[in-house]
Design a protein around this ligand. Sequence first.
Ligand code: FA5
Length: 342
Amino acid sequence: MIKFEEKTKQILQELDADIKSDNIYNIENLRIKYLGRKSELSKLLKDIKNAPKEKRKNIGLLLNRTKNAIQTKLEKIKEEIEKEELDKSIKKDKIDITEPGIRPTKGNLHPITKLLYKSIDIFTNMGFEVYEPYQIDDDYNNFESINIPKEHPARDAWDTFWTEDGQILITHTSSMQNRILSSKTPPIRAVVPGRCFRNEATDARHEHTFHQIEGVYVDKQITFTDMLGTLQTYFEAFFEKEIKVKFMPDYFPFVEPGGQIALSCVLCNGKGCKVCKNSGWLEILGCGMIHPNVLKEAGIDPNIYTGFAWGFGLERLIMLKNGIDDIRLFHSGDIRFIKQFK
Ligand code: FA5
């Protein structure tokens, strides 16, 4: 029995020494060495039969305990190695989600995105804040709050997509006028670039989905000429050339007086061509002085403050700037079209 006790003690000591050394990185070798058929422990197990009969049971228990102890040590060291390897790989493959993205080396921005950014730059340099519209909004914001009550005939001017629960896919970015005017105190200078939707047949100049840029400016003593100056400044920066603007009266329920702005044709410089139908002018946007009812609805006193608003279609401007003859090309998904706008 003493021989067995000494031997098992030696085996466990030797295993501990191996574990401390580099051998631990080959668990399988250790398992063969300490538990394999040729191991010291196996030899001791075979030796039981030579021990006195009455001691065999205790020797058997001792050897079993030793075998379990070896297995537990090997199991533990295996877990440690696996954890260490996992930690190493986590460190190596760690992704820092706060790092900036890698700018793609190929590809280019869609012309709408590109000229939307350019327009936002121009307006922010002029002191305008930028708001994004809700693409699905309610009747109050798209119509009622801007002086277009239910049953008002002017609603027919905006062919509207309704959702089943009575919401609206915004027909114009004027849907943000009341939100902006009622949430701020003048001076208010804001632009709203965003996607609009109209339930109308498409052709070379009409899409069901297009972009508008709305603008509102409210302060004391704001006049009509401030509006003309602001828009002229924007158009000259956008087209990078001198431009004349012309106002023609028109009706929008949310402005009074209201009208259309026409630009001197950017293609023929006002001389007359196919695009401007030889008139030298291009009608480009709706605008006007904000109606007192719209100011009142937003909690602004029209006796103290005045302001102007406008809304134009971005696609139509890009078409002019780049000589594009069909608005449907923008969403055609034709990569050859997009690649031209490097
Ligand atoms: C409006 O939508 C008014 N909310 C604009 C406005 C704002 C007037 C503030 C006064 C004060 P209108 O429906 O005319 O107005 O649209 C304005 C511009 O959006 C048009 O001049 C045109 O450039 C563009 N647009 C309108 N419908 C389409 C369409 N189906 N496809 C492409 N562009 C369109």
